[in-house]
Design a protein around this ligand. Structure first.
Ligand SMILES: [Zn+2]
Length: 443
């Protein structure tokens, strides 16, 4: 069955940035089979007049479990915020993680996101199978997930930031990561679930775990992810302890490369930016979270110019209570221009970052991230007909410069996830009820 979405503005985000004013996208068997101007043949026709069709947005950094711990440490630095939240996260279990992840994924789907990287690094010993809970939530809401099996093995007694009862043994962390890969990683082009290895950050993880995770990921053919260069506090600690910057530390441990993407990457020297570019190390830019924690503005323009893949992330909802990905397009544009002036990032570059840039970070750029024949039918149909955007001249400018428009349709692999602003895969009030119960259990 061929489904034709027609009479819409279409921004393909292909290499040439091809756009159509009255265009169509044709979907068959979960893939895009045609994109172009004017009418097209099909069995089912969807009139998308007044809408903008873009690739589904790709979220490159999240901690879905944090949906259950929002609104805490509202005026704190990153380290203060972590110290307040760690004891609460120590009470996580698989049921709470499932409820929080379902809510976070629902919110992402409703803001145009079709692929989500979730970095889960809190594994209390009696919490049950949290990776299984994340996979189950992913299948329920109907998006694609790159679940980063995170880890911490450096508690307070070893000079780390988290309390000792929240960290794993190095060996247990590596074993848990290997088991998650063996059980859930799907390397096929259509994969709904992939696994990556993700020690949490230099100040919560030993050098042995960093190098062990890199060795494991490369042996298994999965990607690597961590937090890097997020704050000046982190840089100061790294200089004191290792006599090098976080980026130099990562480089020394074999942690720069085209199979690695880093969350944040705010505090990078010109030399580090060149290394990111030369090694094709990806950066997950999380502008709202960086603003909430006042960490600084990432050098996105410089990273793009150096050739590094740059994607967008909402980060965990405990440092971005909105958790919507559409608005990160807007925030990324504003922050880039605050740092580099009005020409530092165009609206179309912001959209590219939220789609193809993210796909590159996750190693999926041949499969998704743009609207082109044979790519997976992951797409967002933004409804610009209402009060927010009726009559606006440039639909891409509307999407990036304004508030996130409602969705007429969200498709993942050709399957419908959102219609007319409503989730179709799960009942939103059920998801919200389970989230509220999970949050109460954690307090
Ligand atoms: Zn994070």
């Amino acid at each position: 069955m061929r489904t034709v979405l027609e009479h819409a503005a279409v921004s393909t985000v292909d290499e040439e940035g091809t756009e159509y004013r009255d265009g169509h996208v044709v979907v068959e068997d979960g893939r895009i089979v045609a994109v172009g101007e004017g009418p097209a043949d099909g069995d089912v026709r969807v009139d998308a007049s007044g809408c903008l069709i873009t690739p589904g947005l790709v979220n490159t950094h999240h901690h879905l479990y944090q949906w259950a711990t929002r609104g805490l440490a509202a005026d704190s630095t990153l380290f203060q915020w972590l110290v307040e939240l760690y004891p609460i996260w120590g009470r996580l279990d698989a049921e709470i993680t499932h409820a929080a992840a379902s809510a976070g994924l629902a919110r992402l789907a409703l803001t145009g996101c079709t692929t989500v990287a979730d970095h889960h690094y809190v594994f209390p010993s009696d919490a049950g199978d949290q990776v299984e809970a994340l996979v189950s939530a992913t299948n329920w809401i109907g998006v694609r997930a790159h679940i980063v099996r995170g880890s911490m093995d450096r508690g307070e007694s070893q000079g780390g930031l988290p309390p000792d009862n929240l960290v794993e043994d190095t060996e247990a962390a590596l074993l848990g990561t290997e088991q998650a890969i063996d059980k859930h990683h799907d390397s096929s082009p259509e994969a709904r679930v992939r696994i990556a290895a993700g020690p949490c950050s230099p100040f919560t993880v030993t050098e042995q775990l960093m190098t062990g995770a890199a060795e494991l990921a490369r042996r298994k053919g999965v990607r690597l992810h961590t937090h890097l260069a997020e704050t000046l506090d982190e840089e100061k600690q790294c200089l004191e302890e290792f006599d090098c910057t976080p980026a130099e530390y990562a480089d020394k441990l074999g942690w720069l490369g085209d199979d690695v993407w880093m969350a944040h990457s705010v505090h990078l020297s010109p030399a580090a930016i060149r290394r990111y570019g030369a090694t094709r190390t990806g950066a997950a830019h999380c502008p709202t979270s960086n603003g909430r924690l006042g960490t600084g503005i990432a050098p996105v323009r410089d990273l793009l110019d150096a050739g590094a893949p740059v994607g967008l992330g909402v980060d965990g909802a405990a440092s971005n209570e909105s958790g919507g990905l559409g608005e990160e397009l807007h925030q990324a544009l504003l922050q880039a221009r605050q740092r580099g002036g009005p020409t530092a990032l165009t609206v179309r570059e912001a959209l590219r970052m939220g789609t193809m840039g993210g796909a590159r970070c996750l190693g999926r750029d041949r499969e998704l991230g743009s609207l082109e024949p044979v790519k997976l039918a992951d797409l967002a149909v933004w409804d610009l007909r209402g009060l927010l955007y009726a009559g606006i001249e440039d639909p891409v400018a509307a999407l990036v410069l304004g508030a996130t428009p409602p969705l007429k349709l969200l498709m993942v692999g050709g399957e419908t996830v959102v219609v007319d602003g409503e989730l179709r895969t799960a009942d939103e009030s059920t998801v919200a009820g389970e989230l509220a119960a999970a949050s109460r259990r954690l307090r």
